[in-house]
Design a protein around this ligand. Structure first.
Ligand SMILES: Cc1cc2nc3c(=O)[nH]c(=O)nc-3n(C[C@H](O)[C@H](O)[C@H](O)COP(=O)(O)OP(=O)(O)OC[C@H]3O[C@@H](n4cnc5c(N)ncnc54)[C@H](O)[C@@H]3O)c2cc1C
Length: 465
């Protein structure tokens, strides 16, 4: 079997398959494994790609994580907040924290919005048509305009053009009724909207993919890095071999089953080279890009939180993350490393801005937010990633369905992962997908049926903050 991509999704599939005794080869284009879940060294720190925690509400996945990483897991009680209206508030938001900040007019408007949303919930609602619709129905216009609208614009784009699936996957509450119940202490935060704790692998998040990789090898699997898939060999509706180039040499990897976690555009190109129609359809699936701005500051710690959300437009980033909050040993004493994540599109003002300018903008925002002073900056740099945020536009599901029909002509192909399946997910979901694929193979299910099963399964995934 050949697995394309050595991020967590590809490595997880390879791990479960190798453990079951299948011969597996992973093909990773980059020199390092782990994809966005990998860690790297810089300025004396071990750094992650933004805040990464290990947590799951998918049955059995936390046990899988414990059995993989054992006593290397640090258990954290989650501390995170949101910056709104010049204050830091607990996250997920509660009305109790919010109302005193609003002033009578805004509070009344927000209260009316809530009341209407609660009443709407009690009376039963029509199906929401978009992300905006979903949030308005559940939270009312006040909270929508304050939090969810600016956050959506920053991370994904126009909320009227975004699918309701995105809201379902990403918003940590089922609505105003639940928030009011929580405010009145009639209901506790449940673990499927707010992780009560999370795990972090000692030594950096990259220890997680590294452990998966060492398990793949221990079970006899092969992993090729700096290896680029150049062509597929097709026969009788299946992919029979992958031709790979690495270190100037090429190799033919025979494959009974092909698992792909690489971007769909790259896969389509390999599968149907010269099919302009397929390439155009895949090109319409929008993935937003990511710029991670790292700042090294001359102070021991910046905040007490693991991360803080910054939905307001005046802050250039979505979130602030302090690496030492996960594991204090990841950097030298007297210094701290901050990562600010910015969603962008190749060629836009953020993507094209020089590193120094982005570092300066983020530093200015941290100063404005009362967290540091300009003289503390010791170093700053930027890492950019193409195509990492699947943008669920209102028509994405139909388009994805059409693309899947075309790709499924390769009968021994299964897709997995975040960019591989165009699914908004976290690393625990990637682990679950790998487990699902191996269970299907063990049961003798065909790759096409496993893929269809995964399509169903990924719709239930929720990102838990
Ligand atoms: C800011 C941020 C915060 C996050 N927080 C969390 C969190 O708290 N917890 C959590 O669990 N998840 C979190 N995630 C999500 C997590 O990063 C993803 O779910 C996970 O990385 C997806 O893994 P993947 O293997 O599907 O994709 P990737 O990590 O993108 O891996 C794909 C791999 O394929 C390789 N590749 C690409 N093209 C080719 C090719 N042509 N040939 C061969 N190889 C190729 C790439 O180099 C890469 O290694 C976060 C993500 C971001 C951006």
């Amino acid at each position: 079997m050949v697995v394309l991509g050595g991020g967590v999704a590809g490595l997880a599939a390879a791990y479960y398959l190798a453990r079951d005794g299948w011969p597996v080869t992973v093909v990773e284009r980059a020199a390092a494994l782990g994809g966005l879940c990998g860690s790297f060294q810089s300025h004396g720190f071990t750094l992650d790609h933004g805040p990464h925690k290990l947590y799951s509400v998918v049955p059995g996945i936390l046990d899988e994580i414990r059995s993989l990483l054992g006593d290397r897991l640090i258990e954290h009680k989650k501390r995170n907040r949101i910056r709104l209206l010049g204050r830091y508030l607990d996250y997920p938001l509660s009305l109790g924290n919010l109302l005193p900040l609003l002033g009578p007019r805004r509070a009344a408007r927000l209260g009316l919005g809530y009341a209407a949303a609660v009443a709407g919930g009690a009376l039963g609602r029509r199906d929401p048509a978009s992300y905006e619709d979903y949030v308005l129905q559940r939270f009312g216009r006040g909270v929508y305009e304050l939090v969810f609208e600016p956050l959506a614009w920053k991370v994904w784009g126009d909320p009227r053009q975004l699918s309701v699936d995105l809201a379902r996957a990403r918003i940590p509450s089922s609505g105003a009724t639940e928030l009011v119940l929580r405010l009145l202490k009639l209901k506790e935060n449940s673990e499927d909207v707010d992780a009560p704790f999370f795990y972090y692998p000692r030594g950096g998040f990259g220890e997680f993919p590294a452990r998966l990789a060492s398990e793949v090898r221990r079970h006899g699997g092969r992993i090729l890095t700096s290896a680029v898939p150049r062509a597929f060999e097709r026969a009788n509706g299946s992919v029979r071999a992958v031709h790979v180039e690495s270190a100037g040499a090429s190799e033919r990897l025979a494959c009974a089953t092909l698992v792909s976690s690489i971007p769909m555009a790259s896969l389509a190109q390999l599968l149907q080279p010269g099919d302009a129609g397929l390439a155009a359809e895949v090109g319409q699936l929008r993935l937003r890009d990511l710029a991670l701005v790292y700042l090294v500051l001359g102070q021991e710690r910046l905040v007490d939180d693991h991360w803080i959300f910054f939905p307001e437009r005046r802050y250039p980033f979505n979130r602030l993350f302090e690496q030492k909050s996960m594991d204090a040993s990841l950097g030298p004493p007297g210094l701290t490393a901050i990562c600010c994540d910015l969603t962008c599109d190749e060629g836009d003002a953020v993507w094209a801005a020089p590193d120094d300018e982005l570092v300066r903008r983020c530093l200015d925002a941290l100063v404005e937010a009362g967290l540091t002073t300009p003289d503390k900056l010791r170093a700053g740099f930027v890492r950019r990633f193409r195509s990492f945020y699947p943008m669920y536009t209102v028509d994405y599901r139909e388009r994805l369905g059409r693309i899947y029909v075309r790709l499924k002509q390769a009968e021994n192909l299964v897709l997995t992962g975040r960019v591989g399946m165009f699914n908004y997910n976290n690393s625990d979901h990637c682990l679950d997908m790998g487990r699902f694929i191996a269970a299907g193979m063990a049961a003798g299910t065909s790759p096409g049926e496993i893929w269809s099963g995964l399509e169903e399964r990924v719709r239930s995934y929720r990102i838990i903050d």
